[in-house]
Design a protein around this ligand. Sequence first.
Ligand SMILES: Nc1ncnc2c1ncn2[C@@H]1O[C@H](COP(=O)(O)OP(=O)(O)OP(=O)(O)O)[C@@H](O)[C@H]1O
Length: 236
Amino acid sequence: MSFSSSPVVSLRDVTIYQDVNTILSNVNFDVEKGEFVYLVGRTGSGKSSLLKTLYADLPLLSGTAAVAEFQLSKLRRKQVPYLRRKVGIIFQDFQLLSDRTVADNLSFVLRATGWSEKSKRKQRITEVLMRVGLDAAANKMPHQLSGGEQQRVVVARALLNEPVILFADEPTGNLDPVVADGIMKLFQEINNQGTAVLMATHNYEIIQRYPKRVLKCESGRVLDSKVEEFNLVNGY
Ligand SMILES: Nc1ncnc2c1ncn2[C@@H]1O[C@H](COP(=O)(O)OP(=O)(O)OP(=O)(O)O)[C@@H](O)[C@H]1O
């Protein structure tokens, strides 16, 4: 376990690209350990591109960025799995493997990340399913679960390796308001136990109900509610 107090995410003069196109420039912010930060902005403003850069799905070509103590500019391809073990990634569409049970979905990730002992995998799967309130779902197939339950399994999967931060891209996008609120409460619990969260969302009601620091992608820049005054209006 690391006891350093350095931020879990730190960006300095970063430019975010898609191919040769600049999407965001002059990006500077830190996310501290245990912090909860929203990422907002209109469709196409660069939220997903920024998150993808942070979990090394897009290369960092300009500026410096550290995530979970990995320097992204120096990250080699073979190091990416090690970074991904330190961060949890949650997408809008659930991306569970539809042909295997919940437990097997989770076991697949554990095996891919070096958990060679079956009994330890089983124990960890029980722990994370308990944590998301789905302890009875281990042997169900994804299609036997509701959308909200499937999203909880995705959250459980993201928690398997005890990440220092969760990157969530529109995690409530496909869910009805009550179920979305349940997922948000789950994120809060996880955050209260010390995991930082960086969550891209269009869900203005959730931001109002659970106010936190906001990073806003706008006109090719990232504005930070911590250092700048900006109006967060419905629809941005
Ligand atoms: N794979 C890609 N190749 C090239 N350009 C892309 C790719 N993905 C996204 N873009 C472009 O990058 C810009 C930012 O897109 P991005 O998906 O990061 O925005 P976003 O804020 O996440 O949008 P949304 O809220 O709709 O998810 C857009 O102009 C988009 O067209």
